[in-house]
Design a protein around this ligand. Sequence first.
Ligand SMILES: [Zn+2]
Length: 312
Amino acid sequence: MRTRLAAVSVDLDEIDNYVAIHGLGALDVPRTAIYDKALPRLAALFDELGIKATFFAIGADLARPENARALAALAADGHEIANHSLSHYYDLTRRDIATQRREVKGGADAIEAAVGVRPVGFRAPGYTITDQLFDVLLEAGVTYDSSVFPCPPYYLAKTAAIGLYRLRGRASRSVVDDPRVLGAPADPYRIGRPYQRRGQGMLELPIGVTGDLTGRLPYIGTNVVLAGEYGARALTRLATARRFVNLELHGIDLADAREDGLEALAPHQPDLRRTAAFKRASLEAALRSLARQGHRFVTLGEAAQHYAASAA
Ligand SMILES: [Zn+2]
C-alpha cells in the first residue's frame, strides 16, 4: 500500500503581523499572545495526539528570550523549526535581492542561534513567492519550500480584501500574488521556471487544498478551526483526495480573544470570534480523522526527504 503522509505546520506570525495586515497601526493588544498563549495550546494538542509538527518562526521574534526558549524546547521534543524569514515583510517578493538574501539568511541564523540546528525549510510571508526568491533560497542552502498555495477561492478572497481596504482608506500590508500560482501543482513537485511549472529545481510542498474535483478549497487552519467538529471532518475527507496532506496552521488559530486579551483585534479577525476551546475541538477532530484514514504524521522536513526522489 502506498504510504500516505500528512504534515502539520504552524506559522508563528505574532500579533503585530495581524495589526499590520489589517492596517490598524497602534492597537492596544498584547503583542506576545501567540508565543505566550496560543503556542502552548498547540504544543499540548500535538503532544496528546503524538504529532511532531513543523513550526515556521520569524527570526526577529527570537530576540525575545522567552520565544527562543519555547522553540528550543519544541525542537528538543522532536518538532521541526523552519524559517519564516527574518522580518516577515509581506512584500518580500517586491524587495531588492540584497534584502531578500538578508531576510532568508537572517531568519535561518536567528533560528540556529535559538535552537542549535540550522533550518532546512522555508515558507515565504503571505504565501507569495517568485523565481528570484527561489534562487535566493537555493543559494542559502534551503532544502525545501512550502509557500505555494494553488487555491482559487483563497486567491479571490485575498485580492478582494486588499481592494476593499484601499476603498476604505486603510493600507493592508498584504500584496496580490501572480495569478499563475492557481495553475501550479497541488502535490509535491520540483519547481521549474516559472516556478508554477514542474521542473528540476527545488522541492516544493504546496500548502493544502482539497482535490481538483472539489475546486481546490483551502485546507488550512482558519477553515478547519472555524468549521466545527463535523465540518472539520468533512473538509478533511476532501483533503485526503491528495496523496500528501499539508495542513498549514497559524498560531492565532488557537488564540482566544477574551483569555488572551485580544478583544480589540476580534472585529477584524473572524477566527477570534470563536473560543480557543471551540477551535481546538475542530482541529482535534480533523487530526484524528487524518489518522483514522491511515495518514502517518511527519514533519515537513521528513516529507521533503520522502518526496525528494519521487517528485518530478
Ligand atoms: Zn506568516
